[in-house]
Design a protein around this ligand. Structure first.
Ligand code: PLP
Length: 498
């Protein structure tokens, strides 16, 4: 099916039936048929053509023959039929409920349109290799037995709400972990547990930002930071991380983006999507910038226990006892329990200047009552004693070996270069856009998905402006990665965007 002609016929039929995209999505849902919003918008824009099942759904909704829509009939011979719709009186008079306009500029492509397309393909029986999300469990990374055993043991004691900040035992363990990492003057009442770090990113952005307040966020970033700052009414301003300098933050760029509305800066260290770990000197420079411009520091350190090559992780808060710092971490990645939902944030350093922010955090924390109590109950077990993650990240361990393999394999592909990650399980390769004529990274991800059934996230999904990067999650086992890298090399050997 030729894409542009298909989209023309689709738009023609929609015009004749006086139906907008939102109408079709709603009508499909009412009929119990699958038709996603982004899926439809890709059909309308001519980016993709539907498979048989979706084609049938569209034809049925529009009252046109599927053959005509697919371009298999003479256009003149098959005029769209008149739409016959049965609406009850109540349906006709009911107003439309639109999503909040606050979401208009919120981007979260880690689960975006390309993922919708992958879901649609899966529903049609295709097998997709998902390298788009850092979810260790489906790739055979098991939760330590002791963690599961201890949660089971405590389950009956976790039936009620806990203190809104979290259980004493969990916060005590987090406090001790923070002390080991050198965070200054950490108090129990300044530690908050959350349903993953995700909840606390959202909570802290809402507690801090007034409409129009600016916050510095890295580019590329873990996009939840930009999304939550935007949703809170703030204005995320992106500073560059420099690929030529192992993806460390470009301090000059960071400082040049500060205005009199800038309230805070965010670092993600170790970094998702680049796998960079910032050395002490780089962190000291960032602290200097924050000090000069009186900024709060937010540091997302969820991968701090997944460092490789003997690299030491330094918490930026340990270098800034005079500044207001909020440090985030959790067990999703280090203990392979992303599904249990447990993370935390620790306020440290200059608490006095954060007193009012603290009131906001308390209010929002109280409003959500508490985080998942069974998951809090295993924080002490998880943070103490033997750390099973260490066996994955040392040489010979799965994460380390898979990193080495993917790094080598990607750099062997003509037109791809990648900086070696030092932590986590992501790599952010660069594509030679001239060689492949790439101008649209979403199209690149869609083409790879359609041709090789491999799902990656486009660079733009991480607030990276150029269409020249994508992120690979290297969690699958070596044999799977090997096949995947062969497929990618094969795909790129002929790929050229129109
Ligand atoms: N921060 C970063 C940098 C991440 O990569 C992720 C998840 O991928 C999160 C936070 C969210 O973690 P959680 O599962 O604790 O919500």
């Amino acid at each position: 099916m030729e894409q542009s002609q298909f989209s023309e016929r689709l738009r023609q039929a929609m015009g004749k039936a006086h139906l907008k995209q939102a109408d079709l999505v709603r009508m499909a849902a009412e009929r119990g048929e699958k038709l996603g919003k982004s899926q439809l918008s890709q059909y309308v824009s001519g980016k993709v053509t539907p498979r048989r099942e979706a084609l049938g759904t569209l034809a049925g909704l529009l009252g046109v023959p599927a053959e005509w829509l697919a371009g298999q009939q003479d256009v003149a011979a098959a005029k769209p039929r008149v739409q016959v719709q049965v609406h009850t009186e109540r349906e006709r008079t009911m107003r439309e409920f639109k999503k909040s306009s606050k979401l208009d500029h919120v981007l979260y492509d880690v689960r975006g349109p390309v993922v919708d397309e992958a879901a649609r393909m899966e529903a049609e029986g295709e097998r997709i290799l998902k390298l788009n999300i850092g979810n260790p469990a489906p790739f055979g990374f098991r939760t330590p037995d002791e963690v599961v055993k201890d949660m089971r043991q405590q389950l009956t004691e976790c039936e009620g709400y806990s203190d809104s900040r979290g259980l004493f035992s969990a916060r005590k363990a987090i406090m001790q972990y923070s002390q080991v990492k050198g965070l200054p003057n950490v108090q129990m009442e300044h530690i908050y547990t959350g349903n993953g770090v995700s909840e606390l990113i959202q909570l802290s952005m809402h507690a801090l930002l007034d409409d129009g307040d600016e916050i510095l966020i890295p580019s590329p970033d873990y996009p939840l930071w930009t999304a939550c700052a935007t949703l809170a009414g703030g204005h995320p301003v992106h500073y560059l991380c420099d690929e030529q300098a192992d993806w460390y933050p470009d301090i000059a760029d960071m400082e040049s983006k500060i205005s009199d509305r800038t309230k805070a800066l965010v670092i993600i260290n170790p970094n998702n999507p680049t796998g960079a770990v910032y050395p002490r000197e780089a962190l000291e420079q960032i602290v200097e910038v924050a000090r000069r411009h009186q900024l709060m520091i937010f540091s997302d350190e969820i991968y701090d226990r997944l460092c490789m090559d003997g690299v030491e992780h330094v918490s930026i808060a340990s270098l800034a006892p005079d500044l207001p710092c909020v440090t985030f971490s959790g067990l999703s990645k280090s203990h392979m329990i992303a599904g249990y939902r447990i993370g935390w944030m620790v306020l440290s350093g200059n608490i006095r200047c954060m007193n009012d922010f603290l009131l906001g955090v308390n209010m929002l924390s109280n409003m959500r009552l508490c985080s998942n109590v069974p998951a809090q109950s295993i924080v002490q077990t998880a943070l103490g004693g033997y750390q099973s993650v260490e066996k994955y990240v040392r040489p010979g361990g799965r994460v380390c070996d898979q990193r080495d393999f993917v790094y080598r394999a990607l750099n062997e592909i003509d037109g791809i270069t990648a900086v070696k990650p030092k932590a986590a399980f992501y790599i952010f390769p660069k594509i030679d856009v001239k060689k492949f004529n790439i101008h649209d990274d979403e199209q690149f991800a869609l083409d790879l998905l359609h041709e090789k059934k491999i799902l990656v996230t486009r660079g733009g999904g991480f607030n990276w402006e150029q269409p020249d990067h994508f992120r690979v999650v290297y969690l699958p086992r070596m044999e799977v990665l090997a096949e995947c890298m062969d497929d990618l090399a094969d795909f790129l050997s002929t790929y050229h965007q129109d």
